[in-house]
Design a protein around this ligand. Sequence first.
Ligand SMILES: CC(C)(COP(=O)(O)OP(=O)(O)OC[C@H]1O[C@@H](n2cnc3c(N)ncnc32)[C@H](O)[C@@H]1OP(=O)(O)O)[C@@H](O)C(=O)NCCC(=O)NCCS
Length: 197
Amino acid sequence: MTIQIKTVTGEAIQPYVMDLARLRMDIFRDYPYLYEGSLDYEERYLIPYLRSPDTVMVLALDGDRVVGAASGMPLEIETDEVKRPFLQAGIPVDEVFYFGESLLYKPYRGHGIGHRFFDEREKHARSCGAYRKTAFFAVQRPEDHPLRPEGYRPLDDFWKKRGYVPRPDLMTTFEWLDVGDTRETGKPMMFWMKDIS
Ligand SMILES: CC(C)(COP(=O)(O)OP(=O)(O)OC[C@H]1O[C@@H](n2cnc3c(N)ncnc32)[C@H](O)[C@@H]1OP(=O)(O)O)[C@@H](O)C(=O)NCCC(=O)NCCS
């Protein structure tokens, strides 16, 4: 399998925004996200990605097809829900580079592309000069969630090995429609953070 990794920043991300929307809608349907997305919402959600020259997207390409992507942006341009826990904890938001998502279609997993997604985004965050920390969040689902697949393996060990520390003191809530539900519900989201200075 030959997968090309391509990193784009700032306005060069624009041609790939709909690819990221497609990946989010396809892959976040699975546990633990169970996200029932809409393209309309996706377009609105993704517009801030284009607002800063520091924004980055790492693409995994199989030929011309985007089969995975990982994003990152200055925390400063994120929404209040994302920034609030950092502000409350007294962490300067302009020192944090925020990773939006890492997404890869199943047949391409287990070949180190997830590591490349982190390598490239951390390298980019360092090269910008202003950021001392990288952070992302993950949804918290109860251990006994009825839709948790048999044999499900959380990504926590992968993230810990990459130097990320879970921060139960940095929590926020995101609302979305779970697959099979009729109304949106709030989900607790916990941040993970790493010092890159
Ligand atoms: C996160 C994701 C992009 C990782 O991609 P990947 O290319 O399979 O990752 P890698 O091959 O680089 O493997 C990374 C590590 O995770 C481990 N891993 C692989 N598959 C895993 C799984 N299903 N569950 C937990 N850990 C796994 C690997 O063993 C590897 O650890 P190692 O370094 O000790 O060998 C991919 O799993 C994915 O798209 N998941 C669904 C979306 C998601 O949950 N994203 C994260 C939150 S936005």
